[in-house]
Write a protein that binds this ligand. Sequence first.
Ligand code: GDP
Length: 317
Amino acid sequence: MSTTEKRPRLWVAGHRGLVGSAIVRAVAARGDRELLLAGREVVDLTDQAATRAFLLREKPDQIVLAAARVGGIEANRTRPVEFLQENLAIATHVIPAAREAGVTRLLYLGSSCIYPREAPQPIREEALLSGPLEPTNEGYAIAKIAGLKLCQAMRRQHGLLYHAIMPTNLYGPGDNYHPEQSHVIPGLIRRIHEARESGAPEVVIWGTGTPLREFLHAADLAAACLHLLDLADPPDWVNAGSGEEVSILDLARRIAAHLGYRGRLLTDPSRPDGTPRKALDSSRLRAMGWEPRIGLDEGLAAVCREYAGNAARGPVR
Ligand code: GDP
């Protein structure tokens, strides 16, 4: 880019989250966009009037919509109202107001849970709306499908390049380590680290330990997002996964090894497993020139180090 060319102004909605913060780091490293950042204290995206006023005032050129209410299997199962309502509100407030504000490009963040529970594996983009969803996260999935469809409708009806990316399970720096509400990687890191510190002889893993999950580092997803934003004619939505699938028990063993925990790992089948398998077919995105760079063990080693370092400085929230 020449120095006289104006850099596009990108609003990263949700810039303090796992995905948003990774995108901010990636944009800062590339230096090819001006960043617009606004936390909840500046604009509450569940407030339609405030969201519209913010966008009409700021008029960014581009948006990555990474703001969402997110959480692990337990949070989704017990609070379906918030997961459905807040995520629907964010999509229906931001996307139409973006059009009014003249935003030319918007990338919407979804999730692999939009696909049917029984979808053929690895899951292709075409599996969308071909069968019933996994009940433990149906509210979240319905909201994310609505957001994707709203982008698709904007593109079809108004010719705007509003499109979406559907990542597999994510992890990375600055994750949510809440003991009940978090996803499996931060949840297990916390419990296993605490067991090591207290000398507990065993750690309980929720469910049977047999579900298979695919994990992608947030930095690899951020690279995928920027890659898509640079494409002239991106697909309406595209999958983003690492292709590296592990069982939950294997994942727990790897985390225990990284944290140096030698106690026993027990399963608790009374807690839900969720969907048995959700591997994404990411060949479409790979064919467009993106590939993940951070292997699961390398990424796990880094987040385990980060967690242990933070815990050594004081209690983790
Ligand atoms: P999901 O991929 O949408 O089901 O979300 P999660 O990341 O919350 O859970 C993945 C799998 O890990 C499920 O089968 C859980 O039962 C299992 N699991 C095992 N221990 C934990 C834990 O401590 N926290 C969470 N969130 N999941 C766990």
